[in-house]
Design a protein around this ligand. Sequence first.
Ligand SMILES: [Fe+2]
Ligand SMILES: [Fe+2]
Length: 318
Amino acid sequence: MNGDSSGKQQADFDALVASDQRIEPRDWMPDGYRKTLIRQIAQHAHSEIIGMQPEGNWITRAPSLRRKAILMAKVQDEAGHGLYLYSAAETLGVDRAELLDLLHAGKQRYSSIFNYPTLTWADMGAIGWLVDGAAIVNQVPICRCSYGPYARAMIRICKEESFHQRQGFEILHTLSNGTPEQKAMAQDAVDRWWWPSLMMFGPTDAESPNSAQSMAWGIKRFSNDELRQRFIDMSVPQAQVLGLTLPDPDLAFDDASGHWVPGPIDWDEFYAVLQGDGACNEERLANRRAAHDEGAWVREAADAYAAKQAVRSSQAVA
Ligand SMILES: [Fe+2]
Ligand SMILES: [Fe+2]
């Protein structure tokens, strides 16, 4: 390709992004844009399916049939989110099997939040309220991402996440208004999940060197710190309704800015979990690899069925 035509392609791409239109799979895009999206969408897809594990642990121990049915539906939703996102990644020219291999080899990440253990039933409430709540704040702007398939996948995902958040809030509300033991269990879960939820937005803007490029490409709309602040401002009044406290003695309302300002975040913990030192890193990956191996026969059966159908339809044409 000569310089003129690639310059024109870059200009067309820039114009599409600047006018807030969508880049579609058939469109030319810069290599860096494609690579960034593949990495981000894959990490997002991996997070959805690894995220099934901490809650899957509690399906058999849900306190009632109603809670069990809701939790099963929620965990199934997360599998569905993984599927939409792997499909969106495939429109960029990668294969889902390749992405799963990278996850299993530890070469692509998933959200560190899922490396924390789920110790009590109240954790199902705290995860729904805080982890799905943080996911919503992160993901709603991605509904306007410049890459069409990712943006469209996110619209449906966000609708389901909002149900997840409300079911978590309802679990905590019930426990918080229950016996003193139940209320203490709810408080303990919030104490353990609050800080990791704040870390879900990623490092501070100063430590997030790739954010500016992602913003220029229309992939990212708000900075990590802006989204984290939005989540804190949203969560403080909800905690008050729940009758639970947030485990941050420095958290205070700042009249000048109109925001709730948190105390310092323990970034050493964030980086330690990211590097593999979380309570559950090894367990999550081992479970994922085992599930993949045990599912080999399903993939083989699907391939055999597809091959049979292809022969049949070619015979029908002949
Ligand atoms: Fe999800
Ligand atoms: Fe969710």
